[in-house]
Design a protein around this ligand. Structure first.
Ligand code: AMP
Ligand code: MN
Ligand code: MN
Ligand code: MN
Length: 289
């Protein structure tokens, strides 16, 4: 049985390729019953997504994915059920986007030194204008014919030690979790297996997260293997954290995992949605009236 919850996805408001409405329609068509839109450092797509969700009977969870610098490394914290009108959250996100702007220009300067011109304009033209992500640079470099696919751009241009890399200077873990809580939301460590941390470093991240009263970790993720599901489920159970499930869907052309195809979290986990008031029984995935 596929998981009817997908609590991690992106739209054109950040680095996804589907507009919020198109994303919601695709999710509903794929059998998703509860979708969280979690764009990077912005909630600009939530209003359009909520409207579309009401029209097709899907439950939309307002969310966000916040970039964090923890121990000199970038990690992502998802906020679920956030009040998008909250000032503390919006001020925090606005600071993140200012850094993104500065970083985008800096990345373009560095790429220019490596012989690639016009990268800032090229990346900006591929974004909706609100926020520039490394993904937009990757799409520009592929379109320019510099490299053949997005993954290769990251590997050869956009990661540490490569010509277009600029180190992250994001929010602290404490700030990100604080903004999410200020907005009444729940905090989730996104795709923990993707950070390639040693077991002890990952435990330190989880312990720091618990100290900030973080709620859950993503166990089922589009960027996790089956082994990762079970490994992360054990961490969650050990540490008394709830678990989340999300595809991290960005585009139909390049899905980590297609919408509506996530498995249920391993048995014995406490889902982050266990206490939510949702109008259907997630065990049977049937609507209860
Ligand atoms: P940013 O937040 O602007 O630094 O960009 C991070 C985004 O880049 C992630 O959310 C992914 O969507 C994308 N990304 C990161 N690494 C890779 C990769 N190796 N291949 C493709 N996309 C990636
Ligand atoms: Mn992304
Ligand atoms: Mn992420
Ligand atoms: Mn994501």
């Amino acid at each position: 049985m596929f998981c009817p919850y997908d609590l991690h996805s992106h739209s054109t408001a950040s680095d996804g390729t589907l507009a919020p409405q198109a994303l919601v329609l695709r999710a509903a068509g794929a059998g998703v019953r509860v979708l969280a839109l979690t764009d990077h450092d912005t909630t600009a797509g939530i209003e359009e997504a909520s409207l579309a969700a009401r029209q097709c009977g899907l439950k939309l969870i307002p969310g966000v994915e916040i970039s964090v610098t923890w121990n000199k490394q970038t990690v992502h914290i998802v906020g679920l059920n956030v009040d998008t009108d909250n000032r503390t959250l919006q001020q925090g996100l606005s600071g993140q986007r200012e850094f993104r702007d500065w970083r985008a220009r800096e990345m373009a300067d560095r790429l220019e030194k490596a012989g690639i011109t016009g990268a800032y304009e090229g990346a900006l033209a591929r974004s909706s204008g609100a926020l520039v992500s490394r993904t937009h640079f990757a799409r520009f470099l592929v379109a320019r014919g510099v490299v053949s696919d997005e993954r290769k751009v990251f590997k050869h241009y956009l990661v540490s030690g490569k010509p277009g890399h600029v180190p992250g200077n994001w929010a602290s873990l404490e700030q990100a979790v604080g903004w999410i809580h200020a907005a009444g939301g729940e905090a989730v460590v996104a795709h923990p297996a993707r950070y390639r941390m040693t077991r002890s470093k990952l435990r330190r991240l989880f312990k720091d997260f618990i100290q900030q009263h973080g709620e859950a970790i993503e166990v089922v993720s589009g960027s996790h293997s089956r082994d990762d599901y079970f490994c992360m489920a054990r961490h969650a159970q050990d540490l008394g954290l709830k678990v989340s499930a999300g595809s991290d869907f960005h585009s139909p052309e390049n899905p980590w995992i297609e919408l509506g195809r996530l498995p249920m979290p391993p048995a014995g986990c406490r889902p982050v949605w266990a206490d939510w008031e949702i109008p259907f029984d997630s065990e049977s995935n049937r609507r209860v009236h």
